[in-house]
Write a protein that binds this ligand. Structure first.
Ligand code: NAI
Length: 520
């Protein structure tokens, strides 16, 4: 490849002296500029700019990749599988509005664009998000996974009542061939009302045997489909929180021992996570429970295996992570946020049990924490450091997968005035969540091809830190590196992602300075 032309594998060609192609890798030089801030007594800030030179190295070859979903037969699992097959085989279908062609709306990687720069007139130019660097295409993802229910995906799709009949009819022959692998069921972790579904279970009570079985399932799936990489996503029922018990799940070693002694507090989702971590398979948790107990994060660190979580950020919370940020950044002080939901799918049925609801409540509540912390003019010891925030979820079978979210934001304005924003949001739940699973898979796969080193170091290139916080855009309660506060604001999350992609091709971060327009 010519040393000054990059990204030969996509439609975007970058001419940068900061990046070059070497043996199928893009190697880029990047100066990370930041500022260290010290708060000194008297309300002063001391800010010192910092610079660190890094080199990034990206493997340009997209591997043949499989996605194994835990909860494959659920609404998300069956909807995503059907969508991928419909796109792959180009299956058009009739709705009352006419002929619908398959697409990936709602997926950032497939249906959004990135600003590359400006044209000669200074106007912004955008390219598809997945064209700046080689990324996995969802049509190429090989799907598999587990479910405690034995229904084939054709039956699961019909049960979910998400997709139009004409599409279900055409897909049934493909979907019928996919059957979920038996899974792990510890009844105490999900709602008792799910027990009727549990007819497809791995035998035996030994939790360590369960870990080994999941590892074997992944290996067999990989071999059978000739895959180079597998990503596992938990989209099974929301579990209750696991209790954090010193000596049981606080360190990697204790957690492994607890699994070997089949300790009661080890959840199925943690068994899946541990199985993946032991084999270096990226594992993402799309539900709110604390799958990643401290011992699990410790194990991921020790094995340098990627993990990401928690809880898909699809409808109500996605809006909250934009709106609350907007209000606080506008200098307006949200006093209360009341969030009501009702939904009629199986997720709602499971969440109608108190302990599973509690997991969701915690996850939904945490989303405004960093916004409060960012503004001590509005939130301080004197005025209070909290927003009254209430979450209600009710199961209403009639509405099915069309979850209704009603939110009221009540804020304080200038001179004691008040503002109320009310939002009524009908989210076709699984059609919002399924594209997030695509993005999480595509981006997790992508980041598993990136390595870095400090520019002046003799060390080898190494992988990113195992907790993939770049996935937080798609997650309600982003798992962060221990000691780091999670970032919830959607715009910050997207900015980080875009600028990292730019760094890998030798482009400076997006700055929106627009000097072409503002200067003579
Ligand atoms: P669902 O209830 O339709 O599907 C869950 C599936 O998991 C069921 O088929 C069930 O049989 C299976 N399952 C339960 N325990 C299992 C285990 N131990 N191993 C394997 N399979 C197991 O739920 P849906 O709507 O697909 O949502 C899945 C998860 O994603 C839920 O936890 C939900 O809270 C979470 N989520 C969904 C969002 C959305 O749909 N918009 C947004 C955020 C999170």
């Amino acid at each position: 490849a010519s040393p000054d032309v990059l990204s030969g594998y996509t439609s975007v060609k970058v001419f940068s002296d900061k990046a070059k192609i070497e043996d199928g890798f893009i190697v880029s030089d990047y100066t990370y500029e930041n500022a260290i801030v010290k708060r000194v007594p008297g309300g002063l800030y001391e800010v010192t700019p910092t610079k660190v030179d890094y080199q990034f190295k990206l493997d340009m070859k997209v591997p043949r990749t499989g996605l194994m979903m835990v909860g494959l037969g659920g609404n998300n699992g069956s909807t995503l599988t059907a969508t991928i097959l419909a796109n792959r085989y180009g299956i058009n279908f009739r709705t009352k509005n006419g002929v619908q062609t398959p697409n990936y709306y709602g997926s950032v990687t497939q249906a959004s664009t990135l600003k590359l720069g400006v044209d000669e007139d200074g106007n912004d130019v955008y390219a598809p998000f997945n064209e700046i660097l080689p990324m996995l295409h969802p049509n190429d993802i090989v799907i598999g996974g587990w479910d405690i229910n034995s229904a084939s995906l054709a039956d699961a799709m019909a049960r979910s009542k998400v997709l139009d009949y004409d599409l279900q009819r055409q897909l049934a022959k493909y979907m019928a061939q996919i059957k979920p692998l038996p899974s792990i069921y510890y009844p105490d972790f999900i709602a008792a009302n799910q027990s009727d579904r549990a007819d497809n279970l791995i035998d035996g009570d030994s939790k360590w045997d369960h870990v080994q079985r999941i590892r074997q399932d992944i290996r067999e799936f990989k071999a059978k489909n000739e895959l180079e990489k597998v990503i596992v996503v938990w989209t099974a029922n929301t579990e209750r929180y696991a209790e954090i018990i010193p000596g049981v799940n606080d360190t990697a070693e204790n957690l492994l021992n607890a699994i070997k002694s089949s300790h009661d507090e080890v959840a199925p989702s943690t068994i899946f996570a541990v199985a993946c971590i032991l084999d270096g398979v990226p594992f993402i948790n799309g539900s709110p429970q604390n799958t990643f107990v401290p011992g699990c994060i410790d194990l991921a660190e020790k094995n340098q295996s990627f993990i990401g979580g928690d809880d898909f950020k699809s409808g109500q919370t996605k809006i909250k992570s934009v709106l609350a940020q907007f209000l606080v950044d506008a200098g307006i002080r949200p006093l209360s946020i009341a969030s009501y939901n009702h939904l009629g799918n199986n997720d709602g049925y499971n969440l109608s049990a108190p302990q599973q609801f509690r997991s969701k409540e915690i996850s939904k509540k945490s989303v405004v924490d960093d916004m409060i912390a960012s503004n001590h003019i509005l939130y301080n010891d004197e005025k209070g450091k909290t927003i009254d925030h209430c979450i209600v979820i009710k199961y209403l079978p009639a509405v099915g997968d069309s979850k209704v979210a009603m939110d009221e934001y009540y804020s304080e304005l200038m001179m004691g005035g008040h503002n109320t924003i009310s939002i009524h949001n009908v989210c076709e739940d699984s059609l919002l969540a399924s594209p997030l699973i695509i993005d999480l898979t595509v981006i997790a796969e992508f980041f598993s091809r990136v390595t870095y080193k400090k520019a002046d170091s003799e060390d080898d290139f190494e992988k990113f830190y195992p907790v993939l916080s770049v996935l937080s855009y798609w997650l309600k309660a982003p798992l962060a590196r221990p000691g780091c506060e999670p970032v919830n604001g959607l715009n910050k999350q997207r900015t980080a992602l875009e600028n990292l992609l730019r760094a890998f091709v030798g482009l400076a971060p997006q700055n929106e300075l627009k000097l072409e327009e503002r200067l003579w």
